[in-house]
Design a protein around this ligand. Structure first.
Ligand SMILES: [Zn+2]
Length: 202
């Protein structure tokens, strides 16, 4: 089960003050089962993110919003072996040094053929980008798109962040620091204001 929309409110120490929407599906997909909603409140968001670089970039995005009091937006993928799913993460400043994180499902399509089922394994040689799902096979210099990898998808992976997604996050941070309200989407499809209208209800 994949989520369609998830909210979380964090403070400047990344403590989860509130979670909503389909948090449990999100947690099961992205972290361990101990991250279910009942157990995460007042724990650190970062404790529930796999991969050092993914943690570092997520922290950087939240810190940028808290520091500038301006929103930031990035696209990412959260796929299952049979379905590709494109999400938008919008982080909005709130009062009292808090930030609202909204994950919205924007698009989904079937992989054909489906990918192999994969598992997180800290000793795996192959890497999977936790932002776009691309794969770097053990020892290879380059990343391979997960969209045409099919049954060559590794069954055991560690989570890292590919060069392109590192650049995308750095660019999103840079634009916000320079005063831009939002960042371009990865696929250049700009998104309607649905996320904003929901945010404003908070
Ligand atoms: Zn990537």
């Amino acid at each position: 089960m994949k989520f369609q929309q998830v909210y979380a409110v964090v403070d400047s120490e990344f403590r989860l003050l509130w979670v909503g929407g389909e948090w449990d599906e999100f947690a099961l997909q992205n972290a361990a089962q101990h991250a279910l909603a009942n157990h995460v409140l007042s724990t650190s968001l970062l404790a529930h993110i796999a991969g050092d670089e993914t943690r570092r970039l997520t922290a950087r995005l939240v810190e940028t919003v808290l520091q500038t009091k301006r929103p930031v937006r990035v696209q990412y993928r959260c796929d299952s072996p049979s379905m590709a799913r494109s999400y938008q993460l919008t982080i909005q400043p709130m009062k009292d040094e808090r930030a609202l994180m909204v994950h919205d499902l924007k698009d989904a399509w079937h992989f054909s053929p489906p990918l192999n089922i994969w598992h997180y394994d800290p000793n795996a040689r192959d890497c999977k980008c936790s932002f776009c799902g691309d794969i770097r096979f053990g020892g290879a210099p380059d990343w391979t798109s997960c969209d045409d990898i099919g049954d060559r998808h590794p069954t055991h992976v560690v989570y890292e962040v590919c060069t392109r997604c590192q650049d995308t996050v750095a660019e999103a941070v840079r634009l916000v620091l320079e005063g831009n309200a939002f960042t371009p989407a990865l696929d250049s499809e700009e998104v309607p204001a649905s996320g904003q209208s929901r945010d404003q209800r908070e």
